[in-house]
Design a protein around this ligand. Structure first.
Ligand SMILES: *Cc1c(COP(=O)(O)O)cnc(C)c1O
Length: 428
C-alpha cells in the first residue's frame, strides 16, 4: 500500500514483529556473530546479505536509510557520517581520476570546495554552470569524460532554485546521472526523483535531524539510471570488481541496487564515514516529525521575509517563495507547499549595521548552522567569509551587510518582534 509522505515520515523503514521493540533498536555493536566461517564468507562475497562490521553497515542505520528511500521515492539508500561525506561518496562512487563533473555554481561552500579543490587533487576536474544557464550553455559544459551532474534544490546560502527538469534533461542527453542535494526542502517539500534526478543526497544535520543534535548525511538512489547502457563510462559498476571476487555490481544488483551496494562495499569499506547508530536513532526521531515541522519552518520563513521586505532599513530580501523573487515560479513549480525556513537579506547600513543588528537579537542566536528548531542567524562577512575583502565579498554575491536567518519553530509574532526591535536599535 502506498502511504502519504506524512505516514512514511512516522512509520516507514521499520516494522517490528511480535514482541519486538516499537522504537527502532539502537544496535550498539561493532560486530556480529556467526556459527560458521562459511556463513560469514557468504557475506564477504556478497552472496548473502547481513551484517558483519559496523564500519560498513549496521541494522539501525539501515532502518533509517529504508525510511529515507521511501520518503524520496528511491530503491536503496545509505547513511553517512555527514552531508560532506554523502556528496563525496555520491560523486566518487562513479568518478575516477581523469573524469569530469558538471556542477551548478550555486551550491553549499563545503561542496564547492570538495568539487573544485579536493576532487581536483584526486584528478577529477569540474566545470561550474549558472543555475540559470540555458540548454545550450549546459550542453557546452559537458566533455567526453563527464560522469556526473550536480546541483542543490534550494542552494545554501544563495537560495537559488534548481530547475531540476532542465538539469536532468541535460544530464541525460549526455548519458550521465543528475545528483541533487535536497537538504533544504527535504522530501516533504520536494522529491527530486519525481522530476528526473537520479541520485539524491542530504545533510541530515539540517531539517531532518531538525534539533541541532547530530551531524549526518544520506544518499538515496532512484534506481532509474541505466548504468549498463553507459557501461563504457562506468567501469566501476559495469565491469568485474577484483576486490570482490569479480562481482559486476550492475549485473548482480541491477539498476535498483548497484549504486548503493558498490558505495557500501567499496567506499564504506575503504574510507569509513559511516553514521554512528546512535546518530541514526536521533535522525529517526527528527524524521518522525519532519512533515509537521517543515510547514511551520516555511510559514515562519515567509512571514519573516514579508516583514523584512517592507522594512526601510532593509535593502533587499532573498526568499524563493516571496512574491517577486527571481525564483518564485520555479519555487512554486517544484515546491508548491513551501521550501525552507532560511531567508537572507541585506541591510542598507552594510557590515556595521549587520553586526549591530545581530548583537541586538534576543531570540535568534548567532550560529554557523541552519535548519534548527531554534532560530539562528549569521553575517557571512564577519564569520564564514571573514577572510574576504569587501571587493571579494561583492564578487561572491555575499555583500558585507548580508544576514542569513534560519527561522525555527518559535511563534512568528515573537520572531518578527525580535527582528523589529533589533532593526530599531540599528537605526539609532
Ligand atoms: C550543511 C550542508 C552540507 C554539508 O553537510 P554536513 O552535514 O555539515 O557535512 C551539504 N549540503 C548542503 C546543502 C548543506 O546545507
Amino acid at each position: 500500500m502506498s502511504h502519504t509522505i506524512d505516514t512514511k515520515c512516522v512509520q516507514a523503514g521499520y516494522t517490528p514483529g511480535n514482541g519486538e521493540p516499537r522504537q527502532i533498536p539502537i544496535i550498539q555493536s561493532t560486530t556480529f556473530k556467526y556459527a560458521t566461517s562459511e556463513d560469514m564468507g557468504k557475506l564477504f562475497d556478497l552472496e548473502a546479505s547481513g551484517y558483519f562490521y559496523t564500519r560498513l553497515q549496521n541494522p539501525t542505520n539501515d532502518y533509517v536509510a529504508a525510511k529515507l528511500a521511501a520518503l524520496e521515492g528511491g530503491t536503496a539508500a545509505m547513511l553517512t557520517s555527514s552531508g560532506q561525506a554523502a556528496n563525496f561518496f555520491a560523486l566518487f562512487n562513479i568518478c575516477n581520476a581523469g573524469d569530469h563533473i558538471v556542477a551548478s555554481s550555486s551550491i553549499y561552500g563545503g561542496t564547492f570546495n570538495l568539487i573544485s579543490v579536493t576532487l581536483a587533487k584526486m584528478g577529477i576536474t569540474s566545470t561550474f554552470v549558472s543555475p540559470d544557464a540555458t540548454d545550450e550553455e549546459l550542453d557546452a559544459a559537458f566533455l567526453p569524460n563527464t560522469r556526473a551532474m550536480f546541483g542543490e534544490t534550494i542552494a545554501n546560502p544563495a537560495l537559488t532554485v534548481l530547475d531540476i527538469e532542465k538539469f536532468a534533461a541535460a544530464a541525460h542527453r549526455h548519458g550521465v546521472p543528475l545528483i541533487v542535494d535536497n537538504t533544504f526542502p527535504t522530501p516533504v517539500n520536494c522529491r527530486p526523483i519525481e522530476w528526473g534526478a537520479d541520485i539524491v543526497t542530504h545533510s541530515t544535520t539540517k531539517y531532518m535531524d531538525g534539533h541541532g543534535a547530530a551531524v549526518g548525511g544520506a544518499i538515496i538512489d532512484s534506481g532509474k539510471f541505466d548504468w549498463m547502457a553507459h557501461a563504457d563510462k562506468y567501469p566501476g559498476l559495469c565491469t568485474p570488481d577484483d576486490s570482490y571476487h569479480g562481482i559486476t555490481y550492475a549485473e548482480k544488483f541491477g539498476k535498483e541496487g548497484a549504486f548503493i551496494t558498490k558505495c557500501t562495499s567499496q567506499l564504506m569499506r575503504d574510507l569509513g564515514c559511516i553514521q554512528a547508530p546512535q546518530h541514526a536513532f536521533y535522525l529517526n526521531l527528527g524524521l518522525e516529525s519532519l512533515h509537521v515541522r517543515m510547514p511551520r519552518h516555511c510559514e515562519n520563513g515567509l512571514a519573516v521575509a514579508e516583514f523584512l521586505n517592507q522594512h526601510p532599513a532593509v535593502k533587499s530580501v532573498s526568499y524563493p517563495h516571496l512574491a517577486g523573487n527571481k525564483y518564485y515560479d520555479a519555487a512554486m513549480k517544484y515546491m508548491p507547499k513551501g521550501g525552507c525556513g532560511v531567508v537572507s537579506f541585506e541591510l542598507k547600513g552594510g557590515r556595521a549595521a549587520a553586526e549591530a543588528f545581530l548583537k541586538e537579537l534576543k531570540l535568534a542566536a548567532i550560529e554557523t548552522h541552519v535548519a534548527d528548531a531554534r532560530t539562528c542567524c549569521l553575517n557571512p562577512a564577519t564569520s564564514t567569509h571573514r577572510q574576504m575583502t569587501e571587493e571579494q565579498l561583492a564578487a561572491a554575491g555575499v555583500p558585507a551587510g548580508l544576514v542569513r536567518i534560519s527561522c525555527g519553530l518559535e511563534g512568528k509574532e515573537d520572531l518578527i518582534a525580535d527582528i523589529a526591535q533589533a532593526l530599531e536599535a540599528v537605526k539609532k
